[in-house]
Write a protein that binds this ligand. Sequence first.
Ligand code: ZN
Length: 342
Amino acid sequence: MNWDYAGNLWAVDMLRQQMLAGVTRHAYLFSGPPGVGRRTLALRFAQALNCPQAGVSAEPCLTCRTCRQIADLQFPDLQLVEVSEGRSEILIDQVRQVKQFLSLSPYQSPAKIAIFRDYQFAKSSAQNALLKTLEETPGSAIILITVDALENLLPTTVSRCEVLRLRPMPIPTLAAELGTRLSLPEERAGLLASIAGGRFGTARQLAEDPDLLTRREAWLNIYPRLTSDTLLQRLQYVETLFPKNDRVGARDKRRNLVGMFNTWISLERDVLLLASGSGAAVANPDVLETIQRLAQRTTPVVSAAAIRCLERAAGRIDHYMNSRLVVENLMLELEEERPSRL
Ligand SMILES: [Zn+2]
């Protein structure tokens, strides 16, 4: 039941009610932080619309050929549009191609679906090219868009869509879900729920890919050093992040850096909690000693300024500035805002 979807059940309910009442819209916008389940919900909706067994309950079976093809993005009446490898944005040509795809009648299914993933990476010109299609979507076509935050889209795009704002789950709720769905022991489920900040997709990735936790641990170890080392040492650290003959592709590299910044932001937020004497639970309970140590060497004002530096850096990477420059800049800004002598 509930499309086998974790969290934000109100959204499943809303989409299902619309289906049952025969009032589905032609364009939907799923907004929320990465890992919260935007793409998964879009795919579940596509399954519910097309599964031959969904029937009167609008509940996709998730096991038939149609449901499996949709989950694997192999369904002939579904197209996914995202930033291509080696590119930094969704191109106007990709939008044009999808418009063409949507204008043809479905090959085999009730609904023809285009999913635009991380639409914040579509420039204004690309978004403008889709506006008319959003307004007058042909026949059975449905456009599903995912985005990190609505303010990163043109208001004209947002106003043409039904907006679903997805939010992280409360940590104990997510921990319980992880326990049932992934059969994780209680303590591990609690830790992953907390690290993931209540986002089911992020927690599942952490559970399934041990590499992510290893990388997180390394990043958590580095941050205290960056805030106590000299500027020269900090810049030397940047060197190690960009080795010569690096084989990691540009997109993966950027993803890694965003992961690193987000890990540091999460850590510094914990530090701020402690430094300001808040009793709230930290997001990284497994490194409580580090957090305590850092909290003794800072003030809430300094810590908040460091968070702003890190958030700016994460935003810059997202907007595809030269990655190395972004990290070097961050080191300079951190030196100013969170000086090692403090
Ligand atoms: Zn099915």
